[in-house]
Design a protein around this ligand. Structure first.
Ligand code: 5GP
Length: 109
């Protein structure tokens, strides 16, 4: 199966600044930011989406979210994961968007 862009980043095939990492995740800036701060917490295990994730990974995702929020000095932020094309998923390697640094629109509108 074709490697996703995130698998290539994790394997060092695409040079990308790693802002933070722990045992099970890395954090990078999104290439097309949707807010003034837009980071991606990417699981090191290539789960396709959240439905495949080992719940124990949440501990590491939570750590990464808190660390990147502190590093970027954002107090308020939104965390989103898209599961499946109809939900807007375009890269099929589990990741969580962390958005902040500016007023975010109403998620329901
Ligand atoms: P999704 O649409 O799957 O929820 O999110 C995928 C995200 O990955 C998008 O926000 C997109 O801008 C970002 N992205 C796609 N390719 C790259 C890349 O090569 N580098 C980085 N840093 N982000 C990427």
């Amino acid at each position: 199966m074709e490697k996703t862009i995130f698998a290539k980043i994790l394997d060092g095939e695409i040079p990308t600044e790693i802002l933070y990492q722990n045992e099970r995740t890395i954090v990078i800036d999104d290439i097309h930011p949707q807010a003034s701060i837009h980071c991606l917490v990417i699981t090191k295990t290539p789960y396709k989406d959240i439905s495949e994730m080992d719940p124990e990974d949440f501990f590491y995702v939570h750590d990464a979210i808190k660390k990147i929020a502190a590093l970027k000095a954002i107090e308020d932020y939104r965390v989103v994961t898209n599961k499946g094309p109809a939900a807007g998923q375009t890269v099929f390697h589990l990741h969580f968007h962390v958005l902040g640094g500016s007023e975010l629109g109403d998620i329901n509108s």
